[in-house]
Design a protein around this ligand. Sequence first.
Ligand code: 3PY
Ligand code: MG
Length: 276
Amino acid sequence: MNLQERLAADQVVFTAWSGVPDALTVEIMALQGFDAVTLDMQHGGHHEDSVLRSVVPVRHAGKHAIVRIPVGRFDMASRALDFGAEAVIAPMVNSVADARLFAESMKYPPVGGRSWGPTFGFARMGGTSQMDWLRSMNTATVSFAMIETRSALEDLDGILATPGIDAIFLGPSDFSIAWTNGAAINPTLEDMMEAVSDIAARARKAGKYAGIFVMDAAYTGRYVEMGYRFLALGNEQRCMALGAEALITGARESIAGRKVDGVDADPYASASRSGS
Ligand code: 3PY
Ligand code: MG
């Protein structure tokens, strides 16, 4: 199943978040247990060349390749699709006008104005007939409009009603900054959870999909209960930090209390005892 079919089937989809613009690193992320990898061009280091190269290991691992474009770079949305991405996440879609521009770049006529030229994507996605591609791609690709400001919230129904917008993706960090008028950054701010829940409900009611960036894995169940199905998890830094912490903790626990030739096997235990 492609990403759109999985979301239509109401499946939970977990995406890794990649900010290291290197196809070998993306390959490692793609080979973990995620369903998809999102290549981040907004705050991550990905750029056109790294996206062009990184879609390959993601698809090779049987995962969905997704790109988050920089703010307002709707030209890059079409290019990401031409490179073989299945979905594009556009940050800071703050109005119906933004949503229209995004949809225009994501969908072929008559829905939008995407220009023809899937130079890499056609072969990467197993295309066989240009007409089939033209006919199928408007539904097979997923456009996620990011909701992360007060103006986006005010225009939510219009954004959801925009032809060619398939889904919303909530950015809880920016949303918390907007929610508190710049007083705080707290992606799990309890005070905004009702709004976070309402956004998913309104998206689903409009027949669109809802996604969110999960900053704290413990909130995942709550988000799924609210109606979010597309859930973005950690980037390379977070995965490495968690993995390294688990490894080093496991190794320390394993040697704690053991002696080698009468000396503590745990170098940190001896070091702290000697005061160094
Ligand atoms: C946000 O939380 O603002 C994001 O953009 C997450 O990716
Ligand atoms: Mg954001």
